[in-house]
Design a protein around this ligand. Structure first.
Ligand code: HEM
Length: 310
């Protein structure tokens, strides 16, 4: 019998398979037993897979899946919190490390005041520039300036004569950017002759015309101390920056030591009478520190070069 000839509405055509219902009863007949497949609900109970149950079974299954998902999320959250609190108790969290550093910073001055009656363990406040210098140069500083190496020729390009170029000067082989004070070191400035070169000798002798050289041979201890002073003056200056080094030419015995530019020998001067540098308010350190160079400058009959330029 083909499907078009199937007219018996009380029996299923094989193509109309309906899972669950296997038989239908004819009118007047006693209802035939309807047979359904058995299935398990979401909780494992065996139930009949009749159409009326299916919606309930599906929603039950979905609800259970959702509950399990929530439970899993809560469990993960709980585990995460406990591992965080464990690492907190070990002091590894960045916040707790930060707090500890702050506490140490606050505690150290108190300890220092208790032990040494000063807040800085008896260190001079000048250790701050040293600290700044260290910070400027340490690889720990992400904003550190990469040091450059100059030949004397390269350095001479930064002698303050070009408006669009920075102004550099060197002292004892170390190069500083002094662009912040173009008025003094730039074109026409009173100390322009010190820019674009290493004129260490002039810093100590005050011979701004004939000692514009890195040659420090034959200097007295006092003059060398003056050189040191000027070097830290530039290093500690809040507006100047150390930017590198200059490769000064090596001096040999055949290079003559520069002649002193002043002939008069100074009268021994008591320390208290040594005048401070006229610009010493800007030099950062005490006047006495500038004194050796200044004493040298005052030795001669004439005033040092820059003064004539003013
Ligand atoms: C060894 C002797 C000397 C050396 C090495 C020397 C060096 C210097 C340097 C490097 C500066 C610039 C400081 C800065 O960057 O802020 C300066 C400024 C100055 N110096 Fe001297 N100096 C000497 C002697 C003198 C003397 C004897 C006088 C005056 C009698 C003098 C008057 C001044 C004045 C007025 C300034 C400030 C310039 C300005 O702000 O325009 N200097 N000196």
């Amino acid at each position: 019998m083909s499907s078009s000839e199937h007219t018996d509405v009380y029996s299923n055509h094989p193509s109309e398979y309906y899972p669950g219902i296997r038989q239908r009863s004819r009118p007047g007949e006693a209802p035939k037993e309807q047979v359904y497949d058995k299935t398990k609900d979401a909780y494992g109970n065996i139930v009949t897979d009749k159409p009326a149950n299916r919606a309930i079974l599906t929603s039950q299954k979905k609800r259970l899946e959702h509950e399990q998902k929530l439970k899993k999320q809560q469990e993960e959250k709980r585990l995460g919190q406990s591992s965080q609190s464990k690492s907190n108790s070990r002091g590894n969290s960045p916040i707790s490390t930060f707090k500890q550093i702050i506490l140490i910073i606050l505690f150290l001055p108190l300890l220092s005041s208790f032990l040494t009656k000063t807040y800085t363990f008896g260190l001079s406040p000048y250790f701050l520039p040293t600290l700044r210098r260290f910070w400027n140069e340490t690889p720990l500083n992400p904003y550190r300036i990469e040091m450059k190496f100059f030949t004397p020729q390269e350095l001479s390009l930064y002698d303050g004569t070009k408006e669009n170029q920075p102004v550099y000067l060197a002292i004892d082989g170390t190069v500083f950017d002094v662009s912040a004070n173009r008025r003094i070191y730039g074109k026409g400035g009173s100390y322009n002759m010190m820019a674009g070169r290493d004129a260490s000798r002039a810093f100590t002798t005050g011979c701004f015309e004939t000692h514009l050289t890195h040659d420090t041979r034959g200097l007295t201890d006092a003059e060398l101390a003056s050189l040191k002073h000027w070097k830290s003056f530039f290093a500690d200056h809040e507006k100047y920056r150390k930017i590198g080094y200059v490769k000064n030419p090596r001096l040999t015995d055949r290079d003559p030591i520069p002649e002193p530019c002043r002939v008069a020998e100074p009268e021994p001067q008591p320390q208290s009478e040594i005048r401070s540098h006229p610009n010493s308010h800007g030099h950062g350190k005490g006047h006495e520190q500038h004194a050796p160079g200044e004493a040298a400058a005052n030795r001669g009959k004439s005033k040092p070069g820059p003064i004539h330029v003013h």
